[in-house]
Design a binder for this molecule. Structure first.
Ligand code: 13P
Length: 247
C-alpha cells in the first residue's frame, strides 16, 4: 500500500519539523505501507535529507522536457536530483488552474519515467459529471489519454480523486469507491494485461484520520493520496497506521 501526502502550496521551513516527527515515529513503530511526502519544490531536497530513507519524497508536478527555457518550471530530472523518487502528474488543480490537458499530463508522466521516478497520475470527475452519471466515461477518457502505454512496465500509480471530494470534507460512499476502483482495475487490466497488477489505485479526496481505515479497507484501494491531513505528522501518521496490516 502507498500512503502519499500532497502538501500542495503549503510549507515553509518549520514544516520540516513535521517530517522529522513523522520519521521519528515511523522508526519507532515501522509500518508495512510505503510512505511518500510530496512537499512544494522548494522543500524537496530538505525533506529528502530529513527522510533518512524511512519515507520517500516526491514532486507535485514536472515539465515534459529535461531542461530548457521554461521559466518557473521544474523538470523530472530536477525532482530526482533533489532527492525525489516520485512525481505527481495531472492533479485536478493543475488541470483546472493551469489548463493541463490529458496530452500534456501523458508527456509529464513519460518525463517522470525518463528521469527514473515513479509517477502518480491523477484522474477524477467533477461534481457535475458525477451528477450526470458520467463519472466512468470521464475517468476512462482520462485513463486512456493521460497514461502512456509505458505505464504497464514502469513504476506507476493511479490516483482516483473525485474533484468534488478534494478539500471539501465530503467523500464518496465506500460502495461508490469500491465500484469505481473495480472499474478502474478492469480498465487497467484490459489495457496493460498482467502489468496492471503492479499499478496501485490510490483514493484521494478528504481522507482523514477518521475515515482512513474504512476507505483503505475497500477492495482495490491500494493506498491514499492525502492533501490537508498530510500536513500534520499526527494526522498523517494516524492515516498511515490505518492501512491494513501487511499491506
Ligand atoms: P484533501 O485531502 O485536502 O481533500 O486533498 C486531496 C488531494 O487533492 C490530494 O492530492
Amino acid at each position: 500500500m502507498l500512503i502519499a501526502g500532497n502538501w500542495k502550496m503549503n510549507g515553509l521551513s518549520p514544516a520540516l519539523g513535521e517530517v522529522e516527527a513523522l520519521v521519528r515515529e515511523l522508526k519507532a513503530r515501522p509500518v508495512a505501507a510505503n510512505v511518500l511526502v510530496c512537499p512544494p519544490a522548494t522543500l524537496v531536497s530538505r525533506v529528502a535529507a530529513a527522510a533518512s530513507g524511512i519515507i520517500a519524497v516526491g514532486g507535485q508536478d514536472c515539465h515534459p522536457q529535461p531542461s530548457g527555457a521554461f521559466t518557473g518550471d521544474i523538470s523530472a530530472e530536477m525532482v530526482r536530483d533533489a532527492g525525489g523518487s516520485w512525481v505527481i502528474v495531472g492533479h485536478s488543480e493543475r488541470r483546472q488552474y493551469h489548463g493541463e490537458t490529458n496530452t500534456l499530463v501523458a508527456a509529464k508522466a513519460s518525463a517522470g519515467w525518463r528521469a527514473g521516478l515513479g509517477v502518480i497520475v491523477c484522474i477524477g470527475e467533477t461534481e457535475a459529471e458525477r451528477l450526470a452519471g458520467q463519472e466512468e466515461e470521464v475517468v476512462d477518457r482520462q485513463l486512456a489519454a493521460s497514461i502512456p502505454d509505458a505505464a504497464g512496465a514502469s513504476p506507476t500509480a493511479v490516483a482516483y480523486e473525485p474533484v468534488w471530494a478534494i478539500g471539501t470534507g465530503r467523500t464518496p460512499t465506500t460502495e461508490d469507491i469500491a465500484r469505481m476502483h473495480a472499474h478502474l482495475r478492469s480498465q487497467l487490466t484490459k489495457r496493460f494485461g498482467s502489468g496492471a497488477r503492479m499499478i496501485p489505485i490510490l483514493y484521494g479526496g478528504s481522507v482523514n484520520p477518521r475515515n482512513a481505515k474504512e476507505i483503505l479497507a475497500v477492495p482495490e484501494v491500494g493506498g491514499a493520496l492525502v492533501g490537508g491531513a498530510s500536513l500534520k505528522a499526527a494526522d498523517f501518521l494516524a492515516i498511515i497506521h490505518a492501512a491494513p496490516v501487511g499491506s
